[in-house]
Ligand binder design. Structure first.
Ligand code: SF4
Ligand code: SF4
Length: 480
């Protein structure tokens, strides 16, 4: 809230003001809906995102990748981590306050269930006052909150699992729990964790357990935006040893007549991680901006801008001018993100819709005779062909021989296309032969490079692969 914004002052401004908390709730709603519907979005059986461990498949942007194509996964992880690091440099722990499921779940449990629905807590604005569980009424309410949250935890656990076991399979599996004990055990494990974490561990998870809080501070710079108390206007409340000097406004004013902080502590009581933002940057701050809202409403009523701002140290603390958003570090992160995404898309677009390994048998060739009395040179191969699509296909292949030998290396077996079911690796013995003189070398066998073009009969353009191999033709004196 800038000085201009509060020029109307007091109630006129506050009547139009939308707190960050409300904006966060809307954002949480969108994130929750997205996380619930994404696993259900499918096109031709392919999901928007699915990392299926039981079928060893990765579905990404409605394209199915096989286990051998999991090279895309590191790119996804790189995008995730670089993205989070970049967001942290730009907006501090904004991921924690706005996106992290831990924060969203805590808001649902503490602010919605405990405060709004059951009245266990008096006000959302006071998160320091724990419910009085000596009262029997509150004990019952706590059990109700526990049961509701346990039910919601099952939905959250199922939703998480849908990114690894597609919902259509998940719903079928849980109807036969005895046959899917790992799945059922995982869901129950997640539920137990969520109940313990959200009801008992609470924000201690963000402060003591989450590794992200440990690394975030090293990523900050002077332009990183976060919740910051402005001591230049409000006055220093803590000394350099982080000891609190003032709890009453008159004491503060006695040493700093310009200090604007009312010492109302609204910014402290509202804080879910139980810190005092006036102490400066702290590891525990999850950037939820509740303290900004609290001070905006206190100072707004006095016709002044908030003393706690979503701003940078450079702007608010050091007063060195406006926050520099598009700085080299941020441009670097954006460039790395775009580069990684482009490489991933390029590699993903080269995806082959079938997988084929060709192994030539140890015996280089066999020399046979046809019914017509011609000499026939056979080469045998083992094809390992995998149908990576989601429907059955009939496959066959062509042999592309070098110039001058076109059509002279023929397919012996199989003579007909063969069917491969989705996800199945089919092993097929292939025999190629030549029944005319390909090379006349009296001294040694000749290795002829060939290309195998394998394809699905019903889509030779899209479902096709090329593999290099060799055909060995014996030395001339053996071919009689
Ligand atoms: S100090 Fe507390 S209330 Fe303010 S942003 Fe950080 S966690 Fe939220
Ligand atoms: S809410 Fe604002 S005025 Fe009240 S104690 Fe916090 S910083 Fe000071």
């Amino acid at each position: 809230m800038s000085t201009e914004e509060v020029s109307l002052t007091g109630k006129a401004y506050l009547s139009k003001w939308i707190p960050w908390r409300v904006k966060r709730y809307w954002f949480y709603g969108v994130m929750t809906i997205l996380s619930l519907i994404i696993p259900w979005i499918r096109i031709e059986g392919n999901h928007l995102f699915l990392l299926s461990f039981d079928k060893l498949k990765l579905h990404l942007m409605f394209v199915q990748f096989d286990m051998q194509e999991f090279y895309l996964l590191p790119f996804l992880l790189m995008l995730l981590f670089i993205g989070i690091f970049g967001i942290t440099v730009l907006g501090g722990r904004v991921f924690c306050g706005w996106i992290c499921p831990q924060t969203i779940f805590r808001v649902i449990y503490r602010d919605l269930l405990e405060t709004k629905l059951l009245g266990l807590r008096k006000r959302i604005k006071n998160k320091q006052q724990e419910p009085d569980y000596s009262k029997i009424e509150n004990k019952i309410k706590r059990i109700v909150a526990f049961l509701i949250w346990t039910g919601l935890s099952f939905i959250a656990a199922a939703d998480l699992m849908w990114y690894f076991v597609p919902p259509e399979d998940f719903l079928a599996y849980i109807q036969n729990p005895n046959e899917h004990l790992v799945l059922v055990g995982t869901v129950i494990g997640i539920v137990v964790f969520l109940v313990y974490d959200i009801i008992f561990l609470q924000e201690n998870y963000c402060i003591y357990v989450c590794p992200y809080s440990r690394i975030q501070s090293v990523l900050y710079d002077d332009d990183t935006i976060m919740a910051i108390y402005n001591p230049n206007r409000g006055g220093e409340i803590y000394n350099e040893h982080k000891e609190k000097m003032f709890t009453k406004q008159k004491d503060l004013l006695s040493v700093n007549t310009n200090a604007e902080c009312t010492t109302c502590e609204s910014c402290v009581t509202v804080c879910p991680t139980h810190i005092d933002i006036r102490k400066g940057l702290q590891l525990e701050c999850i950037n939820c901006l509740e303290c900004v809202d609290a001070c905006t409403s206190v100072m707004g009523a006095l016709g002044k801008p908030s003393l706690v701002e979503w701003s940078s140290e450079k702007e608010t603390l050091f007063m060195k001018g406006k926050t520099h958003y598009l700085r080299p570090k941020i441009i670097g992160y954006i460039a790395i993100l775009i580069g990684t995404a482009v490489i991933m898309v390029m590699m993903g677009s080269e995806k082959e819709n079938m997988l084929l390994n060709i192994n030539k048998e140890n015996r280089l060739y066999s020399i046979n005779h046809t019914d017509e009395g011609k000499v026939r040179i056979d080469n045998a191969y083992t094809f390992l062909l995998q149908n990576t699509l989601s429907e059955d296909h009939d496959y066959y292949f062509d042999v592309i021989a070098p110039k001058g030998m076109e059509g002279k290396i023929k397919i012996g077996t199989p003579t007909e296309p063969f069917k491969v079911k989705p996800g199945i690796v089919k092993k097929k013995v292939i025999v190629l032969y030549a029944d005319e003189m390909l090379v006349k070398d009296a001294r040694k066998d000749t290795v002829i490079p060939i290309t195998i073009k394998a394809y699905a009969m019903d889509d030779k353009v899209k479902v096709t692969v090329l593999r290099q191999s060799t055909f060995t033709f014996p030395r001339a004196d053996l071919v009689k």
